[in-house]
Write a protein that binds this ligand. Sequence first.
Ligand code: NAD
Length: 494
Amino acid sequence: SEWRPFSDSVKAFAQQQWQAGPIINGEKQSGEIQAVTAPYDRREVVGSIAFASAEQVEAAISVAAEAYPSWSQRPAGERAQSLVRLADLLEAHTGELVALCHREAGKTIQDSIDEIREAVDFCRFYADQAATDFAEPKQITGFDGTAKLLSYQGRGVFACISPWNFPLAIFLGQVSAALVAGNTVVAKPAEQTSLIAFRAIELMLEAGVPAGAIQFLPGTGAQVGAPLTSDPRIAGVAFTGSTETAQRINRSLAARDCEPATFIAETGGQNAMIVDSTALPEQVVRDVVRSAFASAGQRCSALRVLFVQEDIADRITSLIKGAMDELSVGRPELHSTDVGPVIDTGAREKLLTHIESLKNQAKVVAQATLGEECQHGDFVAPTAFEIGSIDVLKNENFGPILHIVRFKASELEQVIDQINNTGFGLTMGVHSRNERTYCHIERRARVGNCYINRDQVGAVVGVQPFGGQGLSGTGPKAGGPHYLYRFTQDVFNA
Ligand code: NAD
């Protein structure tokens, strides 16, 4: 039961208890307390959380609305400076944040380190961009030769609503973009990862973001998320989460009798990979196992449906089985662990129901085994099925479950159609050594991110921006050149 080498500074925090609750105008609020337990062992208490009341939601929106004029009028460079200080503070507190990500979200130590790195990258990237793009009005020369000025301002109060699977990176990515673009923010983290988000907001205040500019409201979607999105004082919503919740928020925003809100949604997927007979089997299997089972399949980019050309399907499925037999599922702080727990008991039950129902209609290719140490946590054994068609999958299954479909070489176009027809458009993978084939698939794929001859899990701030199309999101891509602009309104000085 050793910790990874990095972890002396993490170890110091491993036994700590964290307390969190709403933060309104810089003041920590009290409320009804509930215990937070670790996904890998529900007997282990990590801390406690007070969710926000209806009165606190109301107060937070009022404070953010009042603070908007002064925050939005600060020079963009000054707003950016506070994000740079936040990035420095995140780095200085890496040990504690890694311990928190591990204990509250059940992430492996490596996933937790990557999480903090990505959060830091988001803060620095958006700070740099705002300081460059929004500091001075842009001079535009009209067709008639006259010079005009174009400037970018915030839109008002943004609600930032985030998921639990990247509890620091996505949470801070949204909040830092909204703030640096000149908006004030009411941030609602996922209820499963409120402690991590609370520490991030404490550090944000320490970094110099004014108390009025950032309000923090932990709580459920129904009790905190829904009242936020129906409030007419909310000028924009940045949301990452499931497609169903995005649709609910869209309806709630549309039902308001006020000016329309900006809605930025990054949502779910039904991500496929196509493997043709020219692919290198060992490389395919390495990438498939990583794409489907890294982070216990709880990445939005994760591979769900593997289409394999029938000529090499037996070889690929037998190698997948071999690789899955080697997967070690267990406590996420151990050196030896490949796959940790899923986020909560509700997620576990949903995934187990899907596995049980598929067992009646599909062939199990492989199922990893769960060790003794898994019995007190929310673990799901990584499972691979061979299914007849992608049509049997109605929803995104957000966990370590892989579905394999065989196809004939002559059916490639139908395969691409079937994938596109799911309506989702987040990620797609291709393994082929035939350049014409992979370029053709890439051209026809209606997805935000297409990965060729590699694993399907990459999103790198400023390098490989990430986001989907169709049911998978509105764009623009997070960590890309256009994201910040969606948080602004442009003013033309004619
Ligand atoms: P979720 O939709 O259940 O919850 C997301 C957030 O919405 C949470 O904070 C939740 O409390 C809130 N919420 C729920 N109901 C609400 C309502 N009626 N009004 C307002 N807010 C509400 O999603 P999740 O389980 O936290 O996250 C997993 C999902 O997120 C998966 O579908 C995954 O694919 C998706 N995801 C997408 C991306 C991407 O970049 N496209 C990234 C990460 C996760």
